[in-house]
Design a binder for this molecule. Structure first.
Ligand code: 5RP
Length: 226
């Protein structure tokens, strides 16, 4: 992990933010740098409305006096800047290391230009070294764990300070080891159909661009235009 690489990626990403936009604000240590920069731009007069992807990000946005919008009052989000736990060059992602994957995916799903920012450690040939975070309702932990076993997924209930980690929605997170994932889209579809899973951290075809800091340079990967 390299803070300067994160900062470089964040600075490049915020250059795509323009006045009048609805801007999705991601969650995590990389998104943090983008949010602070957007805060500075707002202080200097940039007019945007922002939609945070977590309560932590909402707090940070409030500290920077970034105007917030209610997601239920907007038709779409113009641009979102968020981090990732792993990405491949074809822009498939694992997210949810910070536990905010549900709101992150809702925001991504209504975003026109989803920009992922990362340091070089997040780039992988194949997803799966990072366990896939899966948000489950507490009632379903055992049932979902068994279903995941059938998919060769080994689930561990995430803990924090000795207790089960709770998401902003009051749900739990299973961190699931599938080994290296040969077909992320197919796995994502299987997970979509398991009762008790609220959302999973495989982000398939949601990113428009990944900006990755590599030393002093940036590597930019873009999705093929649809
Ligand atoms: C939170 C996320 C984060 O974007 C992801 O965990 C990356 O975080 P960081 O930038 O701190 O490495 O998905 O749910």
């Amino acid at each position: 992990m390299n803070d300067q690489e994160k900062i470089n990626a964040a600075l490049k990403a915020v250059s795509f933010v323009t006045g009048g936009q609805i801007v999705g604000l991601g969650t995590g240590s990389t998104a943090y740098f983008a949010i602070c920069e957007i805060g500075k731009m707002v202080r200097e007069g940039l007019q945007i409305q922002a939609i945070p992807t977590s309560e932590a990000t909402r707090q940070l946005a409030i500290e920077w006096q970034i105007p917030l919008a209610d997601i239920n009052t907007v038709q779409q989000i113009d641009i979102t800047i968020d981090g990732a736990d792993e990405f491949t060059r074809d822009l498939q992602l694992i997210k949810g290391g910070g536990g905010a994957l549900l709101r992150e995916k809702i925001v991504a799903s209504i975003t026109t230009t989803q920009i992922i920012i990362a340091d070089g450690s997040k780039e992988v040939e194949q997803l799966g070294a990072f366990k896939v975070p899966i948000e489950v309702i507490p009632f379903a932990v055992n049932a979902v764990t068994k279903r995941l076993h059938l998919l060769k997924g080994n689930a561990t209930l995430r803990h924090k300070n000795g207790n089960a980690f709770q998401t902003d929605q009051g749900n739990f997170i299973l961190d699931v080891d599938f080994g290296l994932i040969n077909a992320p889209a197919a796995l994502a579809k299987e997970l979509d159909h398991i009762t008790g899973i609220v959302e999973h951290g495989l982000f398939i075809d949601l990113a428009a661009m990944v900006i990755c800091g590599k030393g002093d340079a940036l590597e930019i990967y873009e999705a093929a235009k649809k």
